[in-house]
Design a protein around this ligand. Structure first.
Ligand SMILES: *Cc1c(COP(=O)(O)O)cnc(C)c1O
Length: 355
């Protein structure tokens, strides 16, 4: 049976990515060696690193003055690396979910944190609006897509201070105006590659303004100077990332992906709103086009685990919601096809008919 992967992360990758990665595990770039065992200093791997950086710049239209890095430690390490490198006295954070909470916790180790707005009181089911960002903060940090709660900020904010965003679960899902940002970071395991590498796009002139000593490995400038080769980079995930980026380019780039993502999300939300069994959990205007969260309507609550099993029987894997929301979450990242979303919709309709 065909399986449809709705896991939130690690999550679906394109068949192109998986096939080319598997080929390189057997024979990388005609070297007769596996990508798993080749030196990161070999000319073949150096070429991969350079091409991957160039592809990120091309797809996201990264302007001059920015560097593209591939680092270890996951997005979670960026929660501390960002304030380590940028926070002098005070930073502003938007609290929109679990990952934002984690980022705030780390920033507090380095200075004052002004949580400008929060939707915590409503279990993060919406994005706060109309908040003000003080002029005297070193930067403003927000999570563009709240993977667990299914809310998303899809417009690059206009702010007067430096701007930092955790885009782990929606990078490459739409065009972004990189010039508005000072740091963008994203763990690879949602829209890019297998787990193990984090993409960081950093504006060089945002660095070097703090007084504190920064450990070598946690200083962005170390990795800029060495082209992400200060120490051994995660070679395999970077190779996979390159395949994904080539695939995205072949589809027409991020503008084309955005159109596809909007279409997929729209038909799935339409079904959630129409189907008598289900209801969405996120505020309609803030609904994510990457992670679609929904629950059973109150009168059908007892059917919840039955639906997960029913869906599994139809090849739908990973739709159980995160424990902090419950219900279901269909992660429909870039690599999820419209056909996969249609298969889920058909499953929801069939389950409705049976009840
Ligand atoms: C998954 C996720 C993270 C955590 O990423 P790690 O690489 O596991 O540290 C952080 N932020 C967001 C928005 C995520 O979706």
């Amino acid at each position: 049976m065909k399986k449809y992967n709705f896991y939130a992360g690690p999550s679906i990758l394109s068949q192109y990515t998986i096939k080319n990665t598997a080929d390189a595990v057997m024979d990388f770039a005609g070297t007769g060696l596996s990508i798993l065992e080749i030196s990161h200093r070999s000319k073949e791997f150096v070429a991969v690193m350079e091409e991957t950086q160039a592809m990120v710049k091309e797809l996201l239209d990264v302007p001059a003055g920015y560097e593209v890095l591939f680092l270890g430690g996951g997005a979670s390490l960026q929660f501390c690396m960002v304030p380590f490198n940028l926070l002098k006295k005070k930073a502003a954070y938007l609290e929109t979910g679990t990952w934002a909470v984690n980022a705030i916790k780390e920033a507090k180790l380095f200075g004052e944190v002004d949580v400008v707005a929060s939707s915590k009181e409503a279990n993060f089911n919406y994005i706060p609006k109309g908040y003000e960002i003080p002029d005297d903060v070193d930067y403003f940090h927000f999570t563009s897509n709240n993977t667990i709660f299914g809310t998303e900020i899809r417009k690059d904010p206009d702010v007067k201070v430096r701007l930092v965003s955790d885009m782990s679960s929606d990078i490459f899902s739409r065009p972004i105006d990189v010039s508005k940002y000072d740091i963008i970071y994203a763990g690879a395991q949602k829209n890019l590659a297998p787990a193990g590498v984090t993409l960081v796009i950093v504006r060089e002139d945002a660095l070097g303004n703090v007084e504190r000593a920064i450990p070598t490995m946690l200083d962005y400038r170390t990795h800029i100077k060495k082209g992400s080769m200060f120490n051994t980079p995660p070679c395999l995930p970077i190779y996979s990332a390159l395949q994904t980026l080539k695939y995205y380019k072949s589809l027409g780039g991020v503008a084309a992906l955005e159109k596809m993502n909007e279409e997929k999300a729209a038909i799935l939300y339409d079904e959630i709103d129409r189907n008598k069994l289900f209801k969405g959990t996120a505020a309609v205007e803030d609904r994510s086009i990457m992670n679609v969260c929904f629950v059973m309507n109150d009168e059908y609550k007892e059917l919840e685990s039955e639906f997960v099993e029913f869906a599994k029987g139809k090849g739908m894997i990973g739709i159980k919601g995160h424990r902090s929301v419950g219900g279901f979450r269909a992660s429909i990242y870039n690599a999820m096809t419209k056909e996969g979303v249609e298969a889920l919709i058909a499953t929801m309709k069939e389950f409705e008919k049976a009840h």
